[in-house]
Design a protein around this ligand. Structure first.
Ligand SMILES: [Zn+2]
Length: 236
């Protein structure tokens, strides 16, 4: 489905594509697997399983393709271990090596930006304010910024000692300042900061320029908002 308007990324007048906010490729990946196919959205306190990610007319063809490229890299690197990616794991951490920082960071910047500009109810709790324009320019010029700018960290929540690769959620908002958005995508909980300031986390826990990213393994139930989420889904 197409619609005329101004592309929100390059600002050109164009036919706009119906874009997914959460990458369709991830949802497809999840469905392709012999996993449980559980993609949930939290909306108006009702939980529903959805067939497809939320969509909206936001981008022209060129910009949609640019962002799709980052999504493809994200999916292939994290979930398919392509592009020379090595993932090692012990009892406490997963260590991902050989990541392309720029591509991964631009994926997360574009995700944060799309969630913020979206008018869909699923993302009404995401608003980065003035950073919208800063991040838009970073994406247009393909500048990923430093690791501590709009920093991204990840936890791998385990349920019964297993990562739940079939699970994704809409974003959770931290009550802390500066605001951090947490979103579960393909079983990994990502925290995206909305500030350009230094992060208090250890540098290796951030997606960073070295290409090595360390993600702690944590029990699902030790993460309060996920515990609440699971309780609502499964213990009603
Ligand atoms: Zn565009």
């Amino acid at each position: 489905m197409k619609d005329s308007g101004t592309c929100r990324l390059c600002l050109a007048s164009s036919e706009l594509r119906e874009s997914h906010i959460i990458p369709a490729s991830i949802i497809r990946l999840i469905r392709d697997e012999t996993l449980d196919n559980r993609f949930y959205q939290l909306h108006n306190k009702r939980n529903q399983m959805i067939q497809d990610g939320p969509k909206e007319h936001l981008l022209c063809d060129d910009c949609e393709q640019k962002i799709s490229g980052y999504e493809k890299y994200f999916k292939e690197a994290i979930h398919l271990s392509r592009h020379g990616i090595e993932i090692k794991q012990n009892q406490e951490f997963a260590v991902i090596d050989n990541l392309d920082y720029r591509k991964m960071k631009l994926f997360f910047l574009s995700l944060l930006w799309r969630m913020s500009i979206s008018s869909l109810p699923e993302f009404e709790n995401v608003c980065v304010g003035d950073s919208e324009e800063t991040i838009r320019k970073m994406i247009v010029t393909e500048q990923a910024g430093k690791s501590f700018e709009y920093s991204v960290s990840g936890d791998i929540p385990l349920m019964n000692q297993k990562m739940q690769e079939g699970w994704s959620t809409t974003p959770f908002v931290s009550k802390s300042r500066p605001t951090v958005y947490a979103i579960l995508i393909g079983g990994i909980l990502y925290y995206i900061s909305t500030t350009r300031q230094n992060s208090s986390l250890l540098p290796e826990l951030l997606l960073n320029e070295s290409g090595r990213w360390v993600m702690p393994l944590r029990d699902f139930y030790s993460i309060p908002f996920l515990r609440e989420y699971i309780d609502r889904h499964f213990n009603e």
